[in-house]
Design a protein around this ligand. Structure first.
Ligand code: DGL
Length: 281
Protein backbone atom coordinates (compact mmCIF):
# COMPACT_ATOMS: atom_id res chain seq x y z
CA UNK A 1 0.00 0.00 0.00
CA UNK A 2 1.77 3.18 -1.13
CA UNK A 3 2.13 5.81 1.65
CA UNK A 4 0.70 8.64 -0.49
CA UNK A 5 -2.73 6.96 -0.35
CA UNK A 6 -2.76 6.59 3.41
CA UNK A 7 -4.37 9.89 4.50
CA UNK A 8 -7.26 9.41 2.07
CA UNK A 9 -7.67 5.81 3.05
CA UNK A 10 -7.55 6.68 6.74
CA UNK A 11 -10.60 8.93 6.33
CA UNK A 12 -12.66 6.13 4.78
CA UNK A 13 -15.19 4.23 6.91
CA UNK A 14 -14.78 0.73 8.31
CA UNK A 15 -17.30 -1.68 6.80
CA UNK A 16 -19.07 -4.23 8.99
CA UNK A 17 -21.47 -6.90 7.82
CA UNK A 18 -23.72 -9.46 9.42
CA UNK A 19 -26.51 -11.80 8.39
CA UNK A 20 -28.92 -9.40 10.07
CA UNK A 21 -28.91 -6.92 12.91
CA UNK A 22 -27.21 -8.99 15.61
CA UNK A 23 -23.86 -7.77 14.23
CA UNK A 24 -24.71 -4.37 15.63
CA UNK A 25 -23.24 -5.75 18.88
CA UNK A 26 -19.90 -5.78 17.03
CA UNK A 27 -20.55 -2.30 15.57
CA UNK A 28 -21.28 -1.13 19.11
CA UNK A 29 -18.01 -2.54 20.47
CA UNK A 30 -16.02 -0.95 17.60
CA UNK A 31 -17.83 2.37 17.99
CA UNK A 32 -17.07 2.39 21.73
CA UNK A 33 -13.39 1.54 21.24
CA UNK A 34 -12.80 3.69 18.13
CA UNK A 35 -15.40 6.47 18.49
CA UNK A 36 -13.95 8.69 15.73
CA UNK A 37 -14.24 6.08 13.01
CA UNK A 38 -17.14 6.19 10.57
CA UNK A 39 -18.82 2.81 10.21
CA UNK A 40 -20.86 1.44 7.33
CA UNK A 41 -23.04 -1.42 8.55
CA UNK A 42 -24.69 -3.93 6.23
CA UNK A 43 -27.34 -6.26 7.67
CA UNK A 44 -28.50 -8.90 5.20
CA UNK A 45 -31.97 -8.92 6.76
CA UNK A 46 -33.53 -10.47 3.65
CA UNK A 47 -31.56 -13.68 4.10
CA UNK A 48 -31.04 -13.97 7.86
CA UNK A 49 -30.36 -16.48 9.44
CA UNK A 50 -27.07 -17.69 8.00
CA UNK A 51 -26.51 -20.09 10.92
CA UNK A 52 -28.91 -22.69 9.53
CA UNK A 53 -27.55 -22.62 5.95
CA UNK A 54 -24.94 -24.69 4.12
CA UNK A 55 -21.27 -23.68 3.90
CA UNK A 56 -21.60 -22.93 0.15
CA UNK A 57 -24.58 -20.64 0.67
CA UNK A 58 -23.04 -18.81 3.63
CA UNK A 59 -19.85 -18.27 1.61
CA UNK A 60 -21.80 -16.93 -1.38
CA UNK A 61 -23.71 -14.51 0.83
CA UNK A 62 -20.49 -13.40 2.54
CA UNK A 63 -18.88 -12.62 -0.83
CA UNK A 64 -21.86 -10.52 -1.88
CA UNK A 65 -21.91 -8.65 1.44
CA UNK A 66 -18.19 -7.91 1.20
CA UNK A 67 -18.50 -6.82 -2.43
CA UNK A 68 -21.19 -4.30 -1.45
CA UNK A 69 -18.96 -2.82 1.27
CA UNK A 70 -15.95 -2.65 -1.07
CA UNK A 71 -18.13 -0.60 -3.43
CA UNK A 72 -18.80 1.78 -0.51
CA UNK A 73 -15.00 2.34 -0.52
CA UNK A 74 -14.45 1.17 3.04
CA UNK A 75 -10.84 0.90 4.27
CA UNK A 76 -11.35 -2.47 5.97
CA UNK A 77 -14.10 -5.00 6.54
CA UNK A 78 -15.15 -6.67 9.75
CA UNK A 79 -17.20 -9.84 9.38
CA UNK A 80 -19.36 -9.52 12.49
CA UNK A 81 -21.28 -12.71 11.77
CA UNK A 82 -19.71 -15.79 13.35
CA UNK A 83 -21.30 -18.12 10.80
CA UNK A 84 -19.94 -16.04 7.89
CA UNK A 85 -16.53 -15.73 9.58
CA UNK A 86 -16.45 -19.50 10.07
CA UNK A 87 -17.17 -20.38 6.44
CA UNK A 88 -16.53 -17.32 4.28
CA UNK A 89 -13.62 -15.36 5.74
CA UNK A 90 -10.75 -16.99 3.87
CA UNK A 91 -12.57 -16.77 0.55
CA UNK A 92 -13.31 -13.06 0.84
CA UNK A 93 -9.81 -12.34 2.13
CA UNK A 94 -8.53 -13.89 -1.12
CA UNK A 95 -11.08 -12.05 -3.26
CA UNK A 96 -10.63 -8.48 -1.99
CA UNK A 97 -7.45 -6.52 -1.35
CA UNK A 98 -8.37 -4.50 1.73
CA UNK A 99 -7.82 -5.86 5.27
CA UNK A 100 -10.68 -8.17 6.30
CA UNK A 101 -11.15 -9.39 9.86
CA UNK A 102 -13.48 -12.01 11.30
CA UNK A 103 -14.58 -12.76 14.85
CA UNK A 104 -13.15 -16.27 15.24
CA UNK A 105 -9.41 -15.59 15.71
CA UNK A 106 -9.96 -12.71 18.18
CA UNK A 107 -12.43 -14.84 20.17
CA UNK A 108 -10.07 -17.83 20.19
CA UNK A 109 -7.16 -15.71 21.41
CA UNK A 110 -9.25 -14.02 24.09
CA UNK A 111 -10.45 -17.43 25.31
CA UNK A 112 -6.89 -18.71 25.68
CA UNK A 113 -5.90 -15.55 27.54
CA UNK A 114 -8.84 -15.98 29.92
CA UNK A 115 -8.56 -19.72 30.59
CA UNK A 116 -6.41 -21.09 33.39
CA UNK A 117 -7.39 -24.78 33.11
CA UNK A 118 -7.40 -24.87 29.29
CA UNK A 119 -10.95 -26.26 29.24
CA UNK A 120 -12.88 -23.93 26.97
CA UNK A 121 -16.51 -24.03 25.91
CA UNK A 122 -17.78 -22.55 22.65
CA UNK A 123 -21.40 -21.88 21.76
CA UNK A 124 -22.78 -20.67 18.44
CA UNK A 125 -25.11 -21.47 15.56
CA UNK A 126 -25.10 -24.83 13.80
CA UNK A 127 -23.02 -23.36 10.95
CA UNK A 128 -20.35 -22.02 13.31
CA UNK A 129 -20.10 -25.11 15.50
CA UNK A 130 -20.20 -27.58 12.58
CA UNK A 131 -17.41 -25.67 10.80
CA UNK A 132 -15.18 -26.38 13.85
CA UNK A 133 -13.59 -22.98 13.19
CA UNK A 134 -13.30 -22.04 16.88
CA UNK A 135 -12.22 -25.55 17.90
CA UNK A 136 -9.46 -25.67 15.25
CA UNK A 137 -8.28 -22.09 15.81
CA UNK A 138 -8.01 -22.52 19.59
CA UNK A 139 -6.14 -25.81 19.21
CA UNK A 140 -3.87 -24.41 16.50
CA UNK A 141 -2.70 -21.75 18.97
CA UNK A 142 -2.47 -24.12 21.95
CA UNK A 143 -2.78 -27.83 21.36
CA UNK A 144 -2.96 -28.53 25.08
CA UNK A 145 -6.42 -26.89 25.19
CA UNK A 146 -9.64 -28.90 25.36
CA UNK A 147 -12.54 -27.37 23.47
CA UNK A 148 -16.15 -28.35 24.16
CA UNK A 149 -18.52 -26.96 21.55
CA UNK A 150 -22.29 -26.82 21.52
CA UNK A 151 -24.66 -25.46 18.89
CA UNK A 152 -27.51 -23.46 20.46
CA UNK A 153 -29.75 -22.77 17.44
CA UNK A 154 -32.86 -21.84 19.43
CA UNK A 155 -31.28 -18.79 20.97
CA UNK A 156 -31.19 -16.53 17.90
CA UNK A 157 -34.99 -16.57 17.43
CA UNK A 158 -35.52 -16.01 21.17
CA UNK A 159 -33.32 -12.91 21.16
CA UNK A 160 -34.95 -11.66 17.97
CA UNK A 161 -38.27 -12.02 19.79
CA UNK A 162 -36.89 -9.84 22.59
CA UNK A 163 -37.12 -12.67 25.13
CA UNK A 164 -33.92 -11.66 26.86
CA UNK A 165 -34.88 -12.30 30.50
CA UNK A 166 -37.74 -14.65 29.71
CA UNK A 167 -38.09 -17.91 31.71
CA UNK A 168 -38.29 -19.91 28.46
CA UNK A 169 -34.91 -18.52 27.37
CA UNK A 170 -33.47 -19.47 30.76
CA UNK A 171 -34.82 -23.02 30.40
CA UNK A 172 -33.28 -23.35 26.93
CA UNK A 173 -29.92 -22.10 28.21
CA UNK A 174 -29.94 -24.66 31.03
CA UNK A 175 -30.60 -27.45 28.53
CA UNK A 176 -27.80 -26.32 26.20
CA UNK A 177 -25.21 -25.41 28.80
CA UNK A 178 -25.58 -28.34 31.21
CA UNK A 179 -23.20 -30.63 29.25
CA UNK A 180 -20.57 -27.87 29.11
CA UNK A 181 -20.78 -27.30 32.86
CA UNK A 182 -20.08 -30.99 33.40
CA UNK A 183 -16.85 -30.62 31.40
CA UNK A 184 -15.50 -28.20 34.06
CA UNK A 185 -14.87 -25.39 31.57
CA UNK A 186 -13.51 -22.15 33.05
CA UNK A 187 -14.09 -20.06 29.90
CA UNK A 188 -16.99 -19.87 27.48
CA UNK A 189 -16.82 -18.19 24.07
CA UNK A 190 -20.08 -16.52 23.05
CA UNK A 191 -19.63 -17.35 19.37
CA UNK A 192 -22.73 -15.67 17.99
CA UNK A 193 -23.68 -12.05 17.45
CA UNK A 194 -26.83 -12.44 19.55
CA UNK A 195 -25.36 -13.90 22.73
CA UNK A 196 -23.74 -10.77 24.21
CA UNK A 197 -27.27 -9.59 24.93
CA UNK A 198 -27.83 -12.70 27.03
CA UNK A 199 -24.63 -12.47 29.07
CA UNK A 200 -26.41 -12.12 32.40
CA UNK A 201 -28.54 -15.23 31.86
CA UNK A 202 -25.55 -17.24 30.58
CA UNK A 203 -23.42 -16.22 33.56
CA UNK A 204 -26.18 -17.27 35.92
CA UNK A 205 -26.36 -20.72 34.34
CA UNK A 206 -22.63 -21.45 34.05
CA UNK A 207 -21.63 -19.77 37.33
CA UNK A 208 -19.35 -16.88 38.21
CA UNK A 209 -16.18 -19.00 38.01
CA UNK A 210 -16.58 -19.20 34.19
CA UNK A 211 -15.21 -16.26 32.17
CA UNK A 212 -17.39 -15.25 29.26
CA UNK A 213 -15.60 -14.21 26.07
CA UNK A 214 -17.70 -11.71 24.19
CA UNK A 215 -16.70 -12.12 20.55
CA UNK A 216 -17.86 -8.57 19.81
CA UNK A 217 -15.49 -6.99 22.34
CA UNK A 218 -12.54 -9.22 21.49
CA UNK A 219 -13.08 -8.50 17.79
CA UNK A 220 -13.07 -4.72 18.36
CA UNK A 221 -9.76 -4.93 20.27
CA UNK A 222 -8.29 -7.17 17.56
CA UNK A 223 -9.35 -4.77 14.78
CA UNK A 224 -7.72 -1.87 16.62
CA UNK A 225 -4.53 -3.90 17.13
CA UNK A 226 -4.33 -4.84 13.46
CA UNK A 227 -5.25 -1.49 11.92
CA UNK A 228 -3.06 0.75 14.10
CA UNK A 229 0.29 -0.52 12.78
CA UNK A 230 -1.06 -0.22 9.21
CA UNK A 231 -1.62 3.51 9.87
CA UNK A 232 -5.29 3.05 9.04
CA UNK A 233 -6.88 4.48 12.17
CA UNK A 234 -7.94 8.11 12.49
CA UNK A 235 -5.93 10.12 14.98
CA UNK A 236 -6.96 13.75 14.89
CA UNK A 237 -10.58 13.93 13.84
CA UNK A 238 -12.67 16.09 16.17
CA UNK A 239 -16.16 14.87 15.35
CA UNK A 240 -17.64 11.57 16.48
CA UNK A 241 -17.86 8.80 13.89
CA UNK A 242 -21.18 8.18 12.08
CA UNK A 243 -22.84 4.80 11.76
CA UNK A 244 -24.44 4.44 8.35
CA UNK A 245 -26.71 1.39 8.15
CA UNK A 246 -27.85 -0.56 5.07
CA UNK A 247 -30.30 -3.47 5.07
CA UNK A 248 -31.53 -5.85 2.38
CA UNK A 249 -35.10 -6.01 3.76
CA UNK A 250 -37.52 -4.21 6.07
CA UNK A 251 -35.73 -0.94 6.82
CA UNK A 252 -38.82 0.05 8.85
CA UNK A 253 -38.06 -2.68 11.42
CA UNK A 254 -34.50 -1.49 11.91
CA UNK A 255 -35.12 1.06 14.70
CA UNK A 256 -36.37 -1.32 17.40
CA UNK A 257 -33.59 -3.84 16.83
CA UNK A 258 -30.92 -1.21 16.40
CA UNK A 259 -31.58 0.19 19.84
CA UNK A 260 -31.60 -3.30 21.37
CA UNK A 261 -28.29 -4.36 19.82
CA UNK A 262 -26.49 -1.04 19.47
CA UNK A 263 -27.75 0.76 22.55
CA UNK A 264 -28.14 4.04 20.65
CA UNK A 265 -29.87 5.51 17.63
CA UNK A 266 -28.28 5.61 14.16
CA UNK A 267 -29.16 7.27 10.91
CA UNK A 268 -32.15 5.70 9.12
CA UNK A 269 -31.11 2.60 7.19
CA UNK A 270 -31.04 2.51 3.42
CA UNK A 271 -32.45 -0.43 1.50
CA UNK A 272 -30.01 -2.19 -0.86
CA UNK A 273 -30.20 -5.10 -3.28
CA UNK A 274 -27.00 -7.11 -3.29
CA UNK A 275 -25.41 -8.13 -6.56
CA UNK A 276 -24.21 -11.64 -7.33
CA UNK A 277 -20.44 -12.16 -7.43
CA UNK A 278 -18.81 -13.73 -10.44
CA UNK A 279 -16.88 -17.00 -10.13
CA UNK A 280 -13.78 -16.88 -7.97
CA UNK A 281 -10.58 -16.41 -9.96
N1 DGL B 1 -25.05 -13.58 12.94
C1 DGL B 1 -25.16 -14.99 13.17
C2 DGL B 1 -23.88 -15.49 13.85
O1 DGL B 1 -23.20 -14.78 14.54
C3 DGL B 1 -26.39 -15.34 14.00
C4 DGL B 1 -27.68 -15.18 13.23
C5 DGL B 1 -27.72 -16.07 12.02
O2 DGL B 1 -27.87 -17.30 12.15
O3 DGL B 1 -27.60 -15.54 10.92
O4 DGL B 1 -23.53 -16.63 13.66
Amino acid sequence: MPNADLPKLRDAPIGIFDSGLGGLTVARAIHELLPKEDLVYLGDTARVPYGTKSPATVTRFAREDAQFLVHQTVKAIVVACNSASAWGLEVIQRQFEIPIFGVILPGAKAALEASANRRIGVIGTNATINSEAYQKTIRAIDDSAFVFARACPLLVPLVEEGWIDHPVTMRVWKEYLQPLRKQRIDTLVLGCTHYPLLKRAIQEVVGDHVSLVDSAESCARFVEGQMKPLGLLLRNRRRKGRIQPFVTDAPDKFGVFAERFLGCKTESPQFVELKECGPLV
